[in-house]
Structures are given as C-alpha cells and as structure tokens.
Ligand binder design. Sequence first.
Ligand SMILES: Cc1cc2nc3c(=O)[nH]c(=O)nc-3n(C[C@H](O)[C@H](O)[C@H](O)COP(=O)(O)OP(=O)(O)OC[C@H]3O[C@@H](n4cnc5c(N)ncnc54)[C@H](O)[C@@H]3O)c2cc1C
Length: 499
Amino acid sequence: MRNISIWEKNTEKRTYPSLSENINAEIAVIGAGLAGILTARRLKESGCDVVVIEKDNLGSSQTKNTTAKITLQHGLFYNDLIKDIGEEHARLYAEANMRAIEMYEKMIKNENIDCDFEKENAYLYSVISDEKIREEYNAAYSLGIPCEITSETSLPFKTVSALRFPNQAQFHPLKFLYAAANGLKIYEHSKVLSVDGCGIKANDLINSSADETYDRHLPRKSELIVKSEHGTFTVLADKVVFACHYPFINIPGYYFIRMHQERSYVLALANVVSENGIYLSGANKDAKYEGMYYCADEDKFSFRRAGSLMLFGGGSHRTGDASDNKYEMLRTAARQYFPQSEETACWSAQDCITGDYIPFIGTYSSDTPNWYVESGFKKWGMTSSMVASSIIDDLINGRENPYIEVFSPQRHNLSGDLKEMLSDGYNAVKGLSKSAADVLTGNKDEDSALTSGEPLRCRHLGCKLAYNPGEDSYDCPCHGSRFTKDGRLIDGPAQEHLT
Ligand SMILES: Cc1cc2nc3c(=O)[nH]c(=O)nc-3n(C[C@H](O)[C@H](O)[C@H](O)COP(=O)(O)OP(=O)(O)OC[C@H]3O[C@@H](n4cnc5c(N)ncnc54)[C@H](O)[C@@H]3O)c2cc1C
C-alpha cells in the first residue's frame, strides 16, 4: 500500500502554471500550503498585489497529510503556557486561536465552501492522571476558554479523565485549500532558490554617501531567484512572506537553532463506524461516536472520524529519531482498540516545534523589515495558519493587531522551556559536519554530501542522516529534512536532492 492520505486520495489535483518570465509583485508569498494560501488571500482582500510561488503543487506538503482538526485544544498546554509567558499573553494566545475557528466558520459559510466542515467537541484525555487534566482545566478556565471535565467519551477504552472543549471543528483540508486558493496568482513547480535584498543590501550600504542616512525601513525590492519548469527567473517583490513550513534562509533569522521537527503517523480505519458515526462493533456497538481526541499521556494517540473512517494517529517522535517502524506500532494498537477494523490508508507528516511551543509569526529578523515568516505550528497549523494570515496582513498593511507581540519571532521568552530551547540548539548543531560553516556562509561544497561515501549527510547543513524504517527514508535529526533512499528530497529545510 502506497502511503497516501485520504484527502489526497479522494481529491482531484488542481494545477497552476509554472513561472515562465521575470515578474514584479508587491508581495511574494513562498509556499502554497494552508499558511501561504490563507495569507495570500487576506493580503489580496486588503488590496495588495500578491503572487504565491510553490516548489511543488498546491497543498502538496504537510497540508495534505494533516488530520485537520480546527481547535484551540493544543494538547497539555495552557497550564505551562501561563507559567511561561504569564496569564495576559496566554489569554491572547487562546483568543487568537478562538477567533481563528470563528474565521473558518464564517468564511466557509459566507462562501459556501464544500469542505466537509463539521462542528465537533475536542477532548484532551488521560488514562493515567486525573491531576494533569484538572490542572489544564483550571488553566484553560482562568483564560476564559469554555471547557469542562468529563468522564464520558466515545473512546473504545476507559479514560481516567477528559477535558471537553465544545464548538471546535474539523474539515477536509484539501477541499478547503482549493476553494481558498480561488482567484490567487499561483505558480507551481517554481522553487525559490534564494532571496536577496532584504531591506539592507551590501551594495546599498557601500554606495551610500557619508551625508546620506540609510533608512533600512525604506521599502527595497527583494530579489527571488526561482527555478521553474521553463528555466530560471527573477521575482522582484517589495515584501516577501516565508510560508514554506521551515524558513530555509539560515542567516538572518537563525531558525535552524530555534526549532526542531517532529513527525507523526496516521491510519485510516474502515469497519469501525458507519457513515453517520455509529459504532459497528465492540463494547460501544450501536453507540454514536462523537469528538476529536488527543492524549495527554506519554503515548499520544489521537482519534477523529472522517465519514465512515476512523483516523487513528500517534507515534510522534523527533524527525531523524525513529529506530522502530511507527506504522507497525500504530497497527498493533489499532488491532487492540478496533479488532474488526480494516486499514484503508496510512500516511505521516511533520511539523516545526519552537522552544516555547508558540509559533513564529511576524518579521523574519530585525535586519529584514520586509521579510515575514510563519512557522513553528507544533502540529496545530489549522488555527495557527489562520492566526498567521491575519497577523501578517495587519503587519504589512500597518494595522494594529493585539496578537503581534505574543507570536513575534523576535520575542525573548526566557521563562519558557529553557531545557527545550537548549536541547534544540544542542541537537541543531551536534550532527553538523565540518563543512557546516561553509554551507552557512554560502561556500557550499557541491560534492561533499554523497560522493565522500557513508554516512549520508544532509544538503542543508551537512548533518548525518538517520534511517527511518517506517518510511524507508533518510531523515535529518538536527533540522528535519528528509530524503528517499535514492536521494530525492522529501521535506525541507534542505532545498536540494542528495544526488
Ligand atoms: C500527523 C500530523 C497531524 C496533524 N494534524 C493537525 C490537526 O489535526 N490540526 C492542526 O491544526 N494541525 C495539524 N497538524 C499540523 C498541520 O498539518 C501543519 O501545521 C500545516 O499543515 C502546515 O501548513 P504550512 O502551510 O505551514 O506548511 P506546508 O503545507 O508544508 O506548506 C509549505 C509549502 O511551501 C513549499 N515550499 C517549501 N520550500 C519552498 C521553496 N524553496 N520554494 C517554493 N515553495 C517552497 C512546500 O512545497 C509546501 O507546499 C498535523 C501535523 C502532523 C504532522
């Protein structure tokens, strides 16, 4: 069975042209995933001239492999968040995500988007500890998030406690994305190789006369070099939005030492529930299944229904750190919970995790006032993409937005999870090859990665790749790039194949 998500399997691919000439645009958005498309839409609605540049196809990366729960229930989270960033900022985080759910509902209703959108309750459950669920409840309640503790769930096993967040939602991510992309100028199979002129160009600085004060906030064009099916072209843009999942320009920004990536795996199971959600067998036979579930314990299993399929997820691990086959682990658990089930599809995805678990949304770095970034969604990219679209739109159009500070990539949350941040930094550099400094400074040795023999090293910063037996891929434990066994690039930040 080929690993393919049910969304990809049952949606007819939409195609867009590849870039075939040099162009000018007010704003270039790099990446046509959910984040890029929602942002481009918002900017277009604000009257901006926007182009979206995509290296593969619309939605062809993480967005096609999500489980598409639209919720502010982000795991065991709010209790720690209050401790890390204080109650006021934690409330703003929750409010931004709450608004994001409302924005989806409004947009889908107003535009009559057919995307299987359903309101659902989201549950955080534990089979071990009542205490952590209670703490999370107290924290969420104090932030004004509607939620309640319950022992009633639709799960096929007993929980000790669960926290129900009402009025969340789920949908078909690709049906939604395709509708959201209507009317946008998108170039597919057009890969951004480099971006220059971020507001401070070396030449501008050198050439400016002594009495001329250089204003780095003056709009300067950024130059994107784009390789398409038709050749290599230039996009000149006043502003650039990096919505490419992992920001691939290492300096400035230094995102490669500020985030790591984690993968998880999903099985689509038939013969568990009927089309209208009635359990077909087991202890819950004839009972109605409801809810989207996420586990607060170490073994994090997640559940949601999509029509007559149960989406069963888990096996989360740092990318590049999978010594066993996570699909097999999930299959064993699926046989235990749903003995009659039949697997119809399996797939996986990964997401970027920041040190304080808050996405990076805002200006790319203090040196690049005309570059923006949206990343670090920690596997909650449905609401985070919507939050990102409104923050970036407001930043670019000079409007106030109450959430800018909370998500700013330039924030300094030293009270955050210092251990996590240090571990990110350490892991980000521990696997670097001695050629990393050359790569960082742009002196890439084109032959170094494969021809020097084993071990395989990543094309991003030269880290040693590790084999992932579940995926038959070679994954980077430092920054999360992935390659097929014949060296084809699957996931960034690397931008080149191994061969
Ligand atoms: C297993 C799993 C389940 C998940 N389930 C949920 C869920 O239930 N709810 C939720 O909220 N979130 C969930 N997430 C997270 C969510 O799927 C992601 O956060 C979201 O899809 C990220 O969208 P994106 O647009 O940032 O990235 P992507 O979809 O990866 O889009 C980025 C795009 O940029 C393009 N790109 C990259 N480099 C270049 C370049 N150089 N030039 C041009 N284009 C480029 C890529 O090809 C890609 O199309 C889940 C994640 C995982 C791993």
